[in-house]
Write a protein that binds this ligand. Structure first.
Ligand code: GLC
Length: 746
């Protein structure tokens, strides 16, 4: 008896110790930093603590903010990128304020700083996390070279509605791809060992923002907790596990609660479940917008709701700096809540080494901008981001024997628009457009006839068409201006704007080979354009080096390898349409469509499944789709077992052969389906992808290990677990091809 009692006591002590053990820091803090935080916090007045929670977008003269900084009323600034001014801001805070706490300097470095990479949707199309990480590292080197130490990136919003302009800024529709891209960008921005080039990442917009009703930005979302846990939260959890230092709350209200005042997501999930000990910042005035939402009566009310829900820093509402002190006095907010917010802020500043070195070396920082290796990485990222949607064999063009080239279209020479949305610090003077790259490579062979979006007059076509008749090949660059995607830039019509489609028809009628390239911030509905070109490349705004990248692809120096990170619709009326949908009780079986049959009197039925009479229920191009100049063949797909334990490991092997005449890289994708669950499950979910480079004629056996735990989901009982039962697994080059192999989880 006594022995049992001792054992029980020991077990109790062990479990008590575990409870008191601090959770491991997700941002990489340690006991030394935590001790420094407590020492500094103990010296701070309430006013100075609240000052750290105040972020201000600055502009103009430094002197306008000097007094507030001397009084410790500003903890962070955004939108200053002049290193001399940033150093002056820091000097005032460090040398003229009472406690010398340095500023955290933020900026939207979304897909590159000066050297602009493809927009994030294009980066996702590379399915190349290593390359994306390299690009983020380069962005950090350039941005920190000018004093920026915090970027409001990566954006993790799963987006399944291309009407929403911010689809451009994220990694598309898929959970697995989004999570891998998020991890890559966090690692790239922050670096492995925070040093002078380490830039704090900010995972945003937490959470569910991409599900805005109607695809209209800032609109309400109505996601269940299960949808949040199975689709919208996993990329954020992956980014937190990757060490993301900060997080931004989203504008939307979900199920009636604005994220900036949502205790469930900001405390229960983010802090308690995930143990996140980084900094939570609001989106721009998203605290103040809770008044407009009807979630608070005034700025005092919403400030109270935000800080008590778990917000640490206020971007541009001035709610904390204006009201927190009186709210502590009134008891609405406990000072301990403020202490925790300030701890999170000081932790990031200390991790970045800002106390040791708050200043930027201006000369050294200038030297790294647009470095050759940066431009090279931007070009390679653009090359890998481009998707070959159609090719009747006209591509690749023969550079050695090409004759005269007609170049036209609104994106042929659009140095600003080619950079895409959220390219604040990209300088169009550094953009290399397709026209510039073609002229450099084929001097004397390029005839350029400009065509702008606004030219509605048919007469403009006459000179372009006559030029086409004189050319050997027509390269037309179409798409949408950068301003048509990004924040608040949503579209209800996804066709090529203006008379671009008509231009394509006219060019085809000229009788010469027409190759179209589309540059856009979203998947446009280009079905009607495909018949009017012999080949089509699709580039999500490819950035500074988009021109050379596209020329290398058009002439075969590089073989396209991009894959669609979002579903391409046949018409906007199909939205939302994405590959990982549920089966429904009446799945579409490919029934005949309205326009395929005569409408005879007395028709009794046109089908009774989930589809559109006029457009069916299949997209134009599925997720994960992209052609190559060569062909790939998958065979011998096998699993090492047929039955796995819930904690087991699935070993998948398959042969991949390059069966064509060009060397190329295939993005091999592995999808899994859980056939029966306690809740209905998607027909497919991506669980692995990898780029496999193969020479013409080469074949390789590839082996992949997938933990069974990756099949877990939030089921009917709300628990996150793998449910036993039957599964199917596909290995293929897109989400809509291949034959499944079956296995069980017991
Ligand atoms: C904007 C965006 C957010 C951005 C912030 C700062 O409104 O929603 O993504 O980081 O303000 O510019």
């Amino acid at each position: 008896m006594k022995y049992t009692r001792t054992l029980l006591l020991a077990a109790l002590l062990v479990s008590l110790a575990a409870c008191t053990q601090p959770k491991p820091s997700t941002v990489g803090s340690d006991a030394g930093i935590e001790k420094r935080i407590e020492q500094l916090l103990s010296k701070m007045t309430l006013s100075e603590k609240i000052g750290q929670m105040n972020q201000v977008s600055v502009g103009g003269e430094v002197s306008n903010y000097a007094e507030a900084m001397r009084n410790g009323q500003i903890g962070s600034i955004l939108n200053e990128v002049d290193p001399v001014k940033i150093n002056e801001f820091q000097r005032i805070c460090v040398e003229e304020s009472r406690l010398g706490i340095p500023l955290l300097v933020g900026r939207d470095v979304i897909h590159g700083f000066h050297t602009v990479f493809p927009i994030p949707l294009g980066l996702a199309a590379t399915f190349d996390p290593a390359l994306v990480e390299q690009g983020a590292r380069i962005a950090a080197v350039e941005a920190t070279g000018q004093g920026v130490r915090w970027t409001f990136s990566p954006m993790l919003d799963i987006a399944r509605d291309p009407r929403w302009g911010r689809m451009a800024e994220g990694s598309g529709e898929d959970v697995w791809l989004d999570a891998r891209m998020a991890e890559a960008m966090v690692r790239g921005y922050q670096g492995t060992d925070p040093d002078g080039s380490s830039m704090a990442a900010c995972i945003k917009h937490f959470v569910g923002y991409g599900a805005a009703e109607g695809g209209r930005d800032y609109n309400s979302t109505f996601l269940t907790e299960r949808q949040l846990r199975n689709v919208y939260l996993p990329p954020f959890e992956a980014a937190v596990k990757a060490g993301a230092m900060t997080l931004m709350t989203s504008f939307n209200d979900n199920d009636g609660v604005p994220s900036t005042g949502n205790t469930f997501i900001l405390k229960d999930i983010l802090r308690d479940e995930w143990g996140f000990d980084g900094l939570v910042v609001t989106d721009w005035n998203s605290m103040g917008e809770m008044i407009s939402h009807g979630f608070g009566v005034d700025r005092k009310d919403v400030a109270c709701k935000a800080v008590n829900a778990g917000v640490d820093m206020d971007m541009m509402t001035f709610g904390f700096i204006s009201h927190l002190e009186e709210m502590v006095a009134s008891g609405c907010v406990k000072e301990s809540v403020i202490d925790n917010a300030v701890r999170n802020i000081l932790r990031i500043k200390m991790l970045l080494g800002l106390f040791e070195n708050p200043y930027v070396d201006v000369a050294a920082g200038q030297a790294v901008q647009y470095a050759e290796n940066h431009l090279d990485a931007a070009r390679r990222s653009a090359e890998e981001s481009v998707i070959l949607l159609k090719n009747d064999g006209i591509l690749p063009l023969d550079a050695a024997h090409v004759g005269s080239i007609l170049v036209t279209g609104p994106m042929a020479d659009a140095p600003h628009d080619q950079l895409g949305t959220w390219a604040f610090d990209g300088e169009k003077s550094h953009t290399v457009t397709p026209l510039m790259a073609l002229r450099e490579r084929f001097p004397g062979k390029v005839n350029y006839v400009p065509y702008g979006y606004s030219r509605e007059r048919r007469t403009r076509f006459d000179d372009i068409v006559s030029a086409a008749r004189r050319a050997d090949v027509v390269l037309v660059f179409l798409g949408e201006e950068a301003i048509l995607s990004g924040e608040a830039h949503c579209l209800a019509d996804l066709n090529l704007i203006g008379t671009q489609s008509e231009l394509l028809v006219a060019l085809k009628a000229a009788g010469k080979p027409v190759v179209a390239t589309v540059m856009a911030g979203r998947p446009l509905t280009i079905e009607r354009d495909l018949p009017n070109c012999r080949a089509m490349l699709y580039a999500f705004h490819p950035g500074t080096m988009g021109g050379p990248a596209l020329v290398n692809l058009l002439f075969g120096d590089v073989n396209p390898s991009g894959k669609t990170p979002v579903t391409f619709l046949r018409t906007v009326g199909q939205v939302p349409m994405y590959y990982s949908h549920t089966m429904t009780g009446r799945p579409y079986k490919g029934e005949t469509l309205l326009n395929d049959i005569a409408l005879e009197a007395g028709q009794t039925s046109l089908g009774n499944t989930s589809y559109y009479l006029d457009y069916g229920a299949r997209p134009l191009f599925p997720f994960g789709y992209g052609l190559s100049y060569t062909t790939f063949d998958y065979s011998d797909i096998a699993l090492d077992k047929t039955v796995y334990p819930a904690d087991g490991m699935i070993t998948v092997s398959f042969k991949l052969a390059n069966t064509g005449a060009f060397d190329g890289t295939e993005v091999a994708q592995i999808y899994v389906r859980d056939l029966v669950g306690s809740v209905t499950r998607p027909v497919k979910e991506l669980k692995h992808f990898e780029r496999v480079a193969l020479k013409a004629g080469e074949q390789r056996t590839v082996q992949v290990q997938i933990p069974v735990s990756e099949l877990a989901f939030c089921g009917l009982d709300g628990a996150w677990k793998v449910e036993p039962g039957d599964f199917q697994l596909w290995v293929s080059g897109d989400s809509d091809s291949g034959q499944p192999v079956s296995f069980k989880v017991q």
